[in-house]
Design a binder for this molecule. Structure first.
Ligand SMILES: O=C(O)CCC(=O)C(=O)O
Ligand SMILES: [Fe+2]
Length: 405
């Protein structure tokens, strides 16, 4: 399904687009089966409440599912053609969630920066999907979101009130719009079988379920391939990845069954990189290993938090933000690497203990060739230097809440 120029212009102006009646009854029944299969079998999060408990939100995370009825919607032609047209190039899934709210369940909570009690914007530096600088929602309601069931409200044009502002030549931050900056939220009047695209900066609110039936639907998040999440992606389990077709696997680039066991940081001061002495004259990027057990709801933000706290505690390095570069897998688990641009030279000028050294790109390559620097560290530095990405800042939840704009 190709979007018309008019549809793309509507999306650019309003930060959302609704296409009516996209899915066939058969396709919708597959999705029903997928959502209810997960909810009734308990393969979802619900604070331990067995379905059907009243006033309960059941969250089905596609990352942990293996049912084609549910997962194959992530590569549905009508969805991905439009997504890639709106994001301006190749895209991938950054989150795959289905929400089911039983009668009496409340609406969404407010923005984390506190300017609205129920409406919010999901660009968040501490979230695996929300911290990309170019992402959107593809929403597929599976019930009519009428007044009783709980409409999806959104604020037309609100996506333009948040601003992307460069921090360095490689990384940008977002000045997030506040509730007072945006137009009033309106009912998107979504019905079962519609497809709604919503910009990642668009303010919105899902109302509570005052009806006598379940309110449920699919909320997919896609990001442009060249706009990685500042705080790093969460991994789809291999069993979820394997459900996608050969052609559809490109929508799930981050997958694996291992957990995060280590995190390292590239500190870049004008093309010089900070290395830490390893044993016997070898060098490595500073970091933390092993990581302690991660908080399930915010794994990626927790990795940043543990890395930041460890670098502060062990070496006195204060890192205000980091941006995700890549992951390396070995038998023990996943090592995640981030970068920080020490633009002001705060770290470069302080007297670091002798076990640190600053190295130019040339010295990095020499150390690597002499077997004195881990190849993965050298690779991460090269990616940071050469990859043409639109990178945003990633933060731990505490940092995001402390330094919020
Ligand atoms: O309940 C809804 O329709 C909105 C959910 C929401 O805010 C979200 O998925 O980010
Ligand atoms: Fe939201």
């Amino acid at each position: 399904m190709k979007l018309t120029l008019k549809q793309r212009q509507f999306y650019d102006k309003n930060g959302y687009l609704v296409i009516k009646g996209v899915f066939t009854d058969k396709e919708l029944e597959h999705l029903d089966r997928g959502v209810y299969g997960a909810v009734t079998s308990g393969n979802c999060s619900s604070c331990g409440k067995v379905y059907p408990s009243p006033k309960t939100l059941y969250t089905v995370e596609g990352q942990y599912q293996n049912d084609p009825n549910l997962l194959r919607i992530g590569e549905h032609q009508a969805v991905i053609d439009s997504v890639e047209s709106l994001l301006g190039g190749h895209a991938c899934l950054s989150a795959f969630v289905s929400y089911l709210k039983t009668p009496g369940a409340s609406g969404t909570s407010g923005d984390y920066q506190g300017s609205h009690l129920t409406g919010h914007c999901d660009y968040k530096t501490y979230q695996q999907a929300g911290s990309s600088l170019n992402w959107l929602f593809a929403i597929i309601p599976l019930t009519d979101l009428d007044n009783e069931t709980g409409p999806l409200f959104l604020s037309p044009g609100s996506h333009r009130k948040s601003k992307i502002v460069p921090v360095t030549d490689k990384v940008s931050e977002v000045y997030r719009a506040q509730a007072s900056d945006i137009a009033p939220l309106i009912d998107a009047e979504l019905k079962r079988g519609d497809l709604c695209f919503m910009h990642g900066f668009t303010w919105h609110e899902g109302k509570g379920n005052d009806s006598k039936h379940d309110r449920y639907g699919i909320y997919l998040k896609y990001r442009a391939i060249d706009a990685p999440p500042g705080c790093g992606p969460q991994l789809f389990r291999e069993r979820a990845f394997s459900v996608f077709s050969e052609a559809g696997k490109r929508f799930v680039p981050h997958h694996g069954d291992q957990s995060f066991t280590e995190a390292r940081l590239i500190i870049d001061h004008g093309g010089s990189f900070l290395l830490l002495e390893d044993n016997a004259n070898d060098w490595k990027l500073p970091g933390v290993a092993p990581l302690k057990k991660l908080v399930k709801e915010s794994v990626t933000a927790d990795v940043i938090g543990q890395l930041a706290r460890s670098l502060q505690k062990r070496y006195g390095l204060d890192i205000p933000w980091m941006t995700y570069i890549t992951d390396y897998c070995n038998e023990d688990g996943v090592r995640r690497v981030y970068a920080y641009h020490d633009r002001k030279g705060i770290m470069a000028t302080r007297s670091l203990r002798s076990k640190f050294r600053w190295c130019s790109g040339k010295e990095i390559r020499k150390l690597k060739n002499n077997g004195k620097l881990d190849h993965k560290d050298a690779d991460a530095i090269q990616r940071w230097e050469t990859e043409g990405c639109i990178r945003g800042v990633g933060e731990s939840m505490e940092q995001a809440k402390k330094f919020a704009h």
